[in-house]
Design a protein. Structure first.
Length: 364
C-alpha cells in the first residue's frame, strides 16, 4: 500500500520523508526542490512483533511495511498544468492515501511560496486544484454516460445521477470523500473511478519545537475545517523529527524525546495512522524460521489473508488455525495455548482480527 506526501512547495514534505524513511531526499529552502517522486519503504512500528520474537526466538523477523512517496510541490493552477501540475497529479493518483503537509509555524528564514504563513489558505489551494482535476474527470465521464442513459440503460441512468451529485459537490468546493452517498452506488460508480479527492487524507501540521506537544491556533483551525472530511489531523515538529531520526541509538532518541516532552517519535504515530488510514490491519505468522507481520485489509476473510502469503494458499484453503495475540502473550508457547484450548480452528467465513496469529492448512 502506498501513501503520498503532498503539499505546497517548501512546507517540509521532503524533511518529513527523510525522517520517515532515512532515504535522505534532497531538502532545501526553495520551491520545486523535489521533482521526481522519492519512494521509501517504511516499517510499521508494532511492539507485538517484538513480543512474539521474544517468545518464539525465530531466525528472522519481518515487519509490516507502508510505501511512502514524496511528491513534487503543487502550486495554484496545477490542474491546468502550472508548475509541475500534470506530473504531480499523475503521481498522486497512483497512491492509496494522502499525507498532506501544512506549514503551521512562523520562521522568516524559511520562504513561503505565497509570501506569508496561512495553513487554511494553503489547504484550500491544494484542495481546489485536486477538486478541479476530479471535476474534469467527472465531466468527461458524464459525457459518455449520458449517451448510454439516453438508450434506456438503467445502470447508466443511475450513474448519471451519481455523477451529477459529484459534479455539484465539487463545484461547491467539497471533496468527493465528504459526499453523502449510498454504499452500493459508491462501490459501483465512485470507487472504480479513483477520484483524487476520494482518497483518505491525513493532515500533518508542521509546527515549531515549542508547539510539538500541544499544537497552536493554526493547528486548531485545520482541525476545525477538516472535521467533516473524516480526516486525521496530526501535529508534528517535522524538523525535530528529522533530527531525532539522525540519532544512532535508541537511548539517544529517548533522551531527546524526553527533553521536548514526547513519549515516542511523532513519525512512529504517523506511520501507524497512515496504516490505519489505508484501512489495513496486521496478522502474524510465528515459527522457528520466521516471525512475520502480514498486511491485510480490515474485514478480510481467512482465505483472503492466506492469499496475501501466496495465491495457492487462498485457492486451496482448507482451514486456519488461529491464536489471538493476547493469548500468545499470556501463555507464551503454542503447546500451552493448545492445552488451554485457546487455539481455534476457523473456516472460510472467518473474518480476520487485528493481531491474530495464524497458520493455514491448504491443498493444491
Amino acid at each position: 500500500m502506498k501513501a503520498g506526501i503532498v503539499g505546497l512547495p517548501n512546507v517540509g514534505k521532503s524533511t518529513l520523508f527523510n525522517a520517515l524513511s532515512n532515504a535522505k531526499a534532497q531538502s532545501a529552502n526553495f520551491p520545486f526542490c523535489t521533482i521526481e517522486p522519492n519512494i521509501g519503504v517504511v516499517n510499521v512500528p508494532d511492539p507485538r512483533l517484538k513480543r512474539l520474537e521474544d517468545i518464539v526466538k525465530p531466525q528472522r523477523v519481518v515487519p509490516a511495511t507502508v510505501e511512502i512517496v514524496d511528491i513534487a510541490g503543487l502550486v495554484k493552477g496545477a490542474s491546468k498544468g502550472e508548475g509541475l501540475g500534470n506530473q504531480f497529479l499523475g503521481n498522486i493518483r497512483e497512491t492509496d492515501a494522502i499525507i498532506h503537509v501544512l506549514r503551521c509555524f512562523e520562521d522568516g528564514n524559511v520562504v513561503h511560496v505565497d509570501g506569508s504563513v496561512d495553513p487554511v489558505r494553503d489547504k484550500e489551494t491544494i484542495d481546489i486544484e485536486l477538486q478541479l482535476k476530479d471535476l474534469e474527470t467527472a465531466e468527461k465521464k458524464l459525457e459518455k454516460v449520458k449517451r448510454a442513459a439516453k438508450t434506456g440503460n438503467k445502470d447508466a441512468q443511475r450513474e448519471e445521477e451519481v455523477l451529477l451529485k459529484i459534479i455539484s459537490h465539487l463545484e461547491q468546493g467539497q471533496s468527493v470523500r465528504s459526499l453523502p452517498i449510498d454504499e452500493d452506488e459508491y462501490l459501483k460508480f465512485v470507487k472504480p473511478v479513483q477520484y483524487i479527492t476520494d482518497k483518505p487524507v491525513m493532515y500533518v501540521c508542521n509546527v515549531s519545537e515549542e508547539d510539538a506537544v500541544s499544537g497552536n491556533e493554526m493547528v486548531d483551525k485545520i482541525k476545525d475545517i477538516s472535521k467533516d472530511e473524516n480526516a486525521v489531523v496530526l501535529t508534528l515538529a517535522v524538523g525535530i523529527e528529522a533530527d531525532i531520526a539522525e540519532l544512532e541509538t535508541y537511548e539517544e532518541r529517548q533522551m531527546f524525546l524526553e527533553d521536548i516532552g514526547l513519549e515516542e517519535p511523532g513519525v512512529s504515530k504517523l506511520i501507524r495512522l497512515a496504516y490505519d488510514l489505508l484501512n489495513q490491519q496486521t496478522y502474524f505468522t510465528a515459527g522457528e524460521k520466521e516471525v512475520r507481520a502480514w498486511t491485510v485489509r480490515k474485514g478480510a476473510s481467512a482465505p483472503e489473508a492466506a492469499g496475501v502469503i501466496h495465491t495457492d494458499f487462498q485457492k486451496g484453503f482448507i482451514r486456519a488455525e488461529v491464536i489471538s495475540y493476547s493469548d500468545y502473550d499470556q501463555y507464551e508457547s503454542e503447546s500451552k495455548i493448545r492445552e488451554a484450548g485457546k487455539l481455534r480452528i476457523e473456516g472460510k467465513e472467518y473474518v480476520v482480527k487485528d493481531g491474530d496469529v495464524m497458520n493455514f492448512r491448504f491443498n493444491v
